[in-house]
Design a protein around this ligand. Structure first.
Ligand code: SAM
Ligand code: SF4
Length: 341
């Protein structure tokens, strides 16, 4: 739809299509930059978080999600920071879950609050959930997350299974020399629990000091090779609209996924944008192209049509692809918790 048509018909039928013909149907919204963990690849040990006034209110997040759904977005993922530690987050989850044209509301969490919140999430309409789990060893889990407790997260995973999500996926970031010896154990755990697991290549987001990313980097191809030696993997074609490449195992329903921003460029069929905790619309994770939605939300409170127009126009900024290289200094000095992983 060109601008003239929009002026004539309004934005009610508009779709979010970028200059390269890709339609945006998926938005990830970071609901908080705060977290109860300090994972070594995500945050520094000492973090200072944004003042409350700088982050979108729950009402603003609800409006942003509604406007995206009215612009043809079918899937919203809430992430953070740790989304489930934000005060009253269930209210906005329920609001987004009730949006009539949204097909999917999904969540990425570290699992620490799932014992308490799993049932409410399912009632609110969250069908799929990703839970981060990098180690099954209590000491190591503590080292990798700095503050996390393995037992609490394992309890959260069991609560999520009992609550009846239609799909649960574990996310593991593998770092050489830190948890690469647990790849098979993590796959076995997912198989035992009858849930999926994805391995994420570490991305150079934010300047962390705990390790050298070049040395710790473990590629999806290496992980795939290790798993295949124990559990032969067969490539499957079912894309869930995300960047994961999935594999099946003949003797299990659990799938193994790989998210490989370095070794496989998934930009060509990118259908997503992100909204940061400060309300910046990021058109690409690996680039700084963005639009300040908070400014619009606060200058014109409640003006959904104006917000819609700004988001629609922003599509022209979406770049063709991202560039990551762990051997170079992080070009993007944002931490993952700010952008929403
Ligand atoms: N706190 C929640 C969690 O940990 O699942 C949601 C936010 S977290 C930023 C989302 C995902 O990003 C997690 O699976 C985490 O492992 C991953 N992540 C964080 N920093 C990363 C990095 N530098 N490279 C790759 N994945 C990262
Ligand atoms: Fe928190 Fe998730 Fe980042 Fe870990 S990866 S510090 S749990 S936001």
């Amino acid at each position: 739809m060109n601008r003239r048509e929009i002026i004539e018909t309004g934005l009610s039928e508009a779709k979010l299509v970028d200059k390269f013909g890709r339609q945006v149907t998926y938005v990830r919204i970071s609901v908080t930059d705060r977290c109860d963990f300090r994972c070594v690849y995500c945050m520094g040990e000492e973090m200072s978080f944004l003042p409350r006034a700088d982050i979108l209110t729950l009402e603003e997040i609800g409006l942003v999600a509604r406007v995206f759904s009215e612009l043809g977005v079918k899937k919203v993922r809430l992430t953070g920071g740790e989304p489930l530690i934000r005060n009253n987050v269930m209210s906005v989850i329920e609001e987004i879950g009730a949006l009539p044209t949204l097909n999917e509301l999904v969540l990425t969490t570290n699992g620490s609050q799932l014992s308490k919140l799993s049932k409410g999430l399912v009632s609110a309409g969250v069908r799929r959930i990703n839970i981060s789990l990098d180690s099954l060893k209590a000491d190591r889990f503590r080292q990798l997350t700095r503050t996390g407790n393995l037992e609490t997260v394992l309890g959260g995973i069991d609560a999520a299974i009992a609550a009846g999500f239609s799909n649960i996926k574990l996310n593991a970031v593998i770092l050489k020399g830190r948890n690469d010896d647990e790849i098979i154990d993590l796959v076995r755990f997912a198989r035992d629990k009858k849930i999926d697991i994805s391995f994420i290549e570490e991305m150079p987001l934010g300047d962390i000091s705990s390790h050298d990313r070049g040395e710790s980097y473990c590629s999806s191809d290496e992980i795939l090779k290790i798993i295949s030696a124990t559990y032969p993997l067969e490539s499957v074609d079912d894309s869930t609209g995300g960047p994961s490449k999935y594999y099946a195992m003949a003797d299990s329903n659990s799938r193994v996924g790989f998210i490989s921003p370095h070794s496989h460029n998934f930009c060509g069929d990118c259908n997503r944008v992100r909204v940061t905790v400060e309300g910046r619309l990021l058109l690409c994770l690996g680039n700084e192209h963005s639009v300040d939605l908070k400014d619009v939300l606060r200058s014109y409170p409640g003006d959904a049509e104006r917000l819609k127009q700004v988001i629609f126009d922003a599509m022209d900024l979406k770049p063709e692809r991202h560039y990551f290289n762990n051997d170079e200094d992080p070009q993007i000095l944002r931490f993952m918790n700010m952008t929403g992983g």
